[in-house]
Ligand binder design. Structure first.
Ligand SMILES: C[S@@+](CC[C@H](N)C(=O)[O-])C[C@H]1O[C@@H](n2cnc3c(N)ncnc32)[C@H](O)[C@@H]1O
Length: 199
């Protein structure tokens, strides 16, 4: 039986149809290469745009950053633009998305790769993510914990998740897991969450 392809498949089965999307922010305008079979391939996702417009500038310049679930790389493109001195890791399990992200990233300190290719010892000052809630609650939560554990002691993660896709229960679950979670802003059901270590 034919199976529909998901944006979080390793290798999307839909035929490639490369195109471009416009990323327009007050501080950056870029045309980004995209394709079928990757998340939000016709325009920048509303939640992603909200994160890019509203994510706070960290008090200290980050040294290592992670775009977790980078897709074709809109978040990563902004991270490398805003923090050009920092090392950027953009990761995804969708190989087509990774190929595009690698093309879209222009910074000399940027790498797009599969999660298992990020050396175990690398720790992050900053993680930005529009996480893959559609992979299912249980999977998504264990996926998030794995990466939150790789924050530096003073590091923080900025996540955008829609209320309809469980942002509020994710928020309280992360608190129960011992993380300090602040809801920074809300917009059209999207919550912008800042996650860091307690204490
Ligand atoms: C909601 S999309 C966001 C994509 C992109 N950051 C954006 O804002 O357009 C989530 C991404 O997470 C990826 N993903 C799913 N499971 C993953 C995993 N275990 N590790 C890394 N990325 C994963 C999906 O393939 C998808 O590209």
């Amino acid at each position: 039986m034919e199976r529909h392809s998901h944006y979080f498949d390793n290798d999307p089965s839909s035929p490639s149809r490369e195109s471009f999307v416009e990323l327009a922010l007050p501080d950056l305008t870029r045309s980004l290469r995209t394709d079928s079979g990757v998340f939000s391939n016709r325009k920048i996702d509303l939640g992603t745009k909200f994160l890019l417009l509203e994510a706070p500038t960290p008090d200290n310049p980050p040294r290592r950053m992670l775009d977790l679930g980078c897709g074709y790389g809109p978040i990563a493109a902004v991270l490398e633009h805003r923090f050009p001195e920092a090392q950027l890791w953009a990761t995804d399990i969708n190989n087509r998305a990774l190929y595009l992200a690698a093309k879209n990233l222009i910074g000399s300190n940027s790498v797009a790769c599969r999660p298992e290719e990020i050396p175990q010892e690398v720790r992050f000052d900053l993680i930005w993510s529009n996480p893959p809630v559609r992979i299912g609650k249980k999977k998504m939560r264990s996926f998030l914990l794995v990466w939150l554990e790789r924050l530096e002691p003073e590091g923080s993660a900025i996540l955008v998740v829609n209320k309809n896709l469980g942002s509020d229960s994710l928020h309280s679950w992360m608190e129960r897991e011992g993380w300090n979670v602040n809801r920074l802003k809300s917009f059209k059901g999207f919550r912008l969450l800042e996650v860091g270590r307690n204490g």
